[in-house]
Ligand binder design. Structure first.
Ligand SMILES: [Zn+2]
Length: 483
């Protein structure tokens, strides 16, 4: 094999505008170098909900949630009657992680929830005998049995015997304190490594000449900063850029770094700035549905529970356990809140969309009738305005405020069994539930809106491009340039 190693740096919450400003003002010389030498895409469509675990699952499997089955950081397994929480805010503060959410995040996500009917880039490459690496990604499924060890401090937080377990992972696998490549690489965040840790692991691979054909690295630190400082924070980008400079400096010149490798740098989700005023910003679903018996997070589902809420910041799932409650009764109530811009649910083979902001109703389903800008085909009836869809003269559908909305909504509504409604809030707002962090005056994500759904990507060291600028199309692109 004589192809160049591909290194994908996924910088959680890197957004186009701050990236462009950082590059133009000399705050990010390494990213400026890659951007100048490579191809820059400013609007790559993310997955939905715009939460890291769902996005990374889409990136690695090339599918949306209807196929990969990771419907968010927080969801309800209707077959097991169990709320699955990978640690809402795990990226934000690992401290919020409970014993169960750590187990969910580190183990069950990859070995139980991520559908066996899809395969990751790591698995497909391994099947062709091509090695790959995963640094700091919670979605990591591969074909190699790797022993993970829970640090002594955390053993009381996990279910694993003696703090050890076997994970199916890529050949080269690094995940904070649980598994590392470079001996004695210190992790400041314990559960997940910080940006310096990620760079040290990557530099170690380069220095030892052990870079596999594909390396997937995740920088998580920027997300935390933006949640509290707002979307235009540039300091976080500068810090990560310094780490990338250190990586490039391992080569005789930056040009050599580019000659020897393909570098892909991207964000995974954007952020929407939040209102400062609690009353305006937070949509408290418990209040909206105060007439109903709502399940409580601290105890298992009770037979009398009628509704379960699973909040993913600016999107939420409303699960309807009581068969006597009709979807339309709940939807009518949601429509009274003008902070909710998309309300979607399944009605037999159709997906139905209404809104608290716009009148009317839209129905759609998969069919050969109309083609959208990504080559997907649909039958759509009703108010296109509800999803800000445009029907062009040539009969194609294009998206605006909600990029790839039809497929992404279809993805979440077909990701699980059971009766449930998906709600999406207007920019400035987020849903509130028990124990989840809120981001007043800062920024949040999770929704279908373009503010969170469009991310930047730099492709340097190859002239190849993904077929469409979407995260769900990156697997095909990466397989094409790696193997
Ligand atoms: Zn975040």
């Amino acid at each position: 094999m004589n192809k160049k190693p591909v290194i994908l740096l996924n910088i959680d919450s890197l957004m186009s505008k701050p990236l462009e400003v950082a590059v133009q003002t000399g705050r990010a010389p390494a990213l400026a170098f890659l951007k100048e030498k490579g191809i820059y895409l400013s609007d790559v469509v993310s997955s939905f909900p715009t939460m890291s675990v769902t996005i990374d699952s889409s990136l690695l499997t090339g599918t949306y949630a209807d196929e990969h089955h990771i419907p968010g950081l927080n969801w309800f397994d209707t077959t097991k009657k169990e709320v699955v929480n990978y640690g809402t805010g795990f990226r934000e503060t690992w401290r919020l992680g409970t014993r169960r959410s750590i187990h969910n995040m580190l183990y069950r996500l990859n070995h139980e929830h991520l559908s066996p009917n899809v395969s990751t880039i790591h698995e497909d490459l391994a099947n062709q005998g091509i090695p790959s690496a995963s640094i700091n990604s919670f979605v990591y499924r591969g074909n190699t049995a790797q022993k993970l060890k829970v640090p002594k401090l955390l053993t009381t937080l996990t279910y694993f015997q003696d703090g050890e377990w076997i994970a199916e992972a890529p050949q080269t696998f690094s995940l904070g304190a649980f598994s590392r490549i470079k001996p004695w690489n210190f992790t400041a965040k314990i559960a997940a490594g910080n940006y310096k840790y990620v760079s040290r692991e990557l530099r170690h691979l380069i220095r030892k000449d052990k870079l596999p054909a594909f390396t997937f690295c995740i920088y998580q630190d920027l997300d935390l900063r933006i949640h509290y400082k707002g979307p235009m924070d540039l300091k976080g980008i500068s810090r990560i850029d310094k780490q990338i400079q250190k990586i490039f400096n391992l080569y005789s010149s930056w040009d050599e770094a580019l000659e020897r490798n393909i570098w892909l740098v991207m964000g995974d989700n954007g952020h929407a700035p939040m209102h400062v005023d609690t009353k305006k910003a937070l949509i408290d679903l418990r209040k909206t549905f105060n007439k109903y018996q709502i399940s409580k997070l601290e105890r298992p589902i009770h037979r009398k529970d009628q509704l379960v809420f699973c909040v993913n910041q600016r999107m939420a799932y409303i699960y309807v356990l009581d068969q006597r409650i009709t979807m339309t009764t709940l939807v009518e109530r949601l429509k009274k809140d003008n902070r909710i811009d998309v309300i979607a649910w399944k009605e037999e083979e159709w997906i139905r969309v209404e809104s608290g902001v716009k009148p009317g109703s839209l129905h759609y389903r998969r069919s050969e009738e109309m083609k959208d800008e990504f080559g997907q085909t649909w039958k759509v009836r009703g108010e296109l305005e509800l999803l800000d869809l445009k029907l062009n003269k040539d009969g194609t559908l294009t998206y605006n405020d909600f990029p790839d909305a039809l497929a992404r909504l279809y993805g979440v509504l077909n990701s699980q069994s059971g009766r449930f409604i998906v709600v999406n809030s207007k920019p400035g707002h987020e849903f509130k539930s028990q124990l989840t962090p809120t981001h007043l005056g800062g920024a949040a994500h999770g929704s279908l809106h373009k503010q969170e759904s469009n991310v930047p990507m730099i492709i340097a060291g190859t002239a190849e491009k993904p077929i469409y600028p979407r995260i769900v199309d990156l697997k095909e692109f990466i397989m094409r340039i790696v193997s």
